[in-house]
Design a protein around this ligand. Structure first.
Ligand code: A2P
Length: 273
């Protein structure tokens, strides 16, 4: 691995852009904690995606560029592309990516894909989006997409993190989705942000799996437990988290869907670094 000084990250003067790759410009960067940051880049006019999908991104390092899958956190109507990332000290990409600044170049492959899309779910009343850590990113896209509210009456976004500081991105996002003049009209009274912390005192403490199992999630929301008729679920987090949440929703009778066979829940692994 080659960790570069900040001044060299995102410079493309010595770099040949590969075919089928867009070279885009960093517009803004926001650091939330020493482990988490978000950034926005320009969006190529030809780049199309469905809210909830992921794309491969990389940096124009002089050697062979390294790409990693990143969920797009901005909605499909946005003129820019937003990403929410972990910082892994010796992560092959994030050790350098965390140093980007406005004006730097980020590489973007052309094709977005993924299963956390509205098309993979059959119609129902309520949509749960269950995330841990940076697994919130695809849901950041979906909660700002009007189509989500065309399809579901009620949207519940959950995020579990170790510490309360890790929840700041989700809190900002929720505030923005409820206060924005356009999206705010759709989210009013229909979008709930249910955040929980596992390693620090917080109003809601514990893994989401525990809060589902002991009924706290449903009691707090004032709704019935998962119901295959009324509820749809999207899940994004670590492999272990996906396995545990999946077994809970399957236990409630929900069936896994895909782009080619829409059903009642979908899963995708969050980017790991
Ligand atoms: P915990 O603190 O009990 O491990 P990480 O930072 O390791 O990716 O974890 C993000 C959050 O996801 C943490 O709050 C962690 O809780 C929680 N978590 C980890 N594994 C699972 C799992 N299998 N099911 C539910 N939540 C999990």
């Amino acid at each position: 691995m080659n960790v570069l000084p900040s001044s060299q990250v995102g410079r493309r003067d010595t770099f040949q852009i590969p075919a089928n790759v867009h070279a885009e410009t960093v517009v803004s960067v926001r650091h939330y904690t020493d482990r988490l940051f978000s950034f926005r880049i320009t969006r190529p006019q030809s780049f199309r995606f469905r809210s909830g999908e992921f794309v491969m991104i990389g940096l124009p390092l002089a050697e062979k560029p390294l790409f990693r899958a990143y969920s797009i956190a901005s909605p499909s109507w946005d003129e820019e592309l937003e990403f929410f990332s972990i910082k892994v000290p010796d992560g092959p990409l994030t050790s350098n990516l965390q140093k980007i600044a406005p004006g730097d170049t980020v590489l973007l492959r052309q094709k977005a894909t993924g299963t956390l899309v509205l098309d993979a779910l059959t119609p129902a009343r309520r949509l749960y989006m269950i995330s841990t850590g940076t697994g919130i990113a695809p849901f950041a896209s979906l909660i700002r997409d009007p189509e989500t509210y065309d399809k579901f009456d009620q949207v519940i976004l959950t995020q579990t993190c170790r510490e309360t500081a890790d929840l700041a991105y989700g809190e900002d996002l929720y505030r923005q989705a409820t206060e924005d003049p356009l999206i705010g009209e759709l989210t009013a009274g229909r979008l709930t942000f249910y955040s929980t912390a596992t390693r620090e005192d917080f109003m809601r403490r514990g893994r989401i799996t525990k809060l589902i199992e002991d009924g706290s999630l449903f009691a707090d929301l004032g709704v019935s437990p998962f119901d295959p008729e009324a509820d749809r679920v999207m899940i994004c987090g670590s492999i272990e988290m996906l396995k545990d949440v999946k077994s809970l929703v399957e236990g409630a009778g929900l069936i896994e869907g895909s782009n080619s066979g829409p059903a009642s829940f979908v899963v995708e692994r969050a980017f790991v670094g």
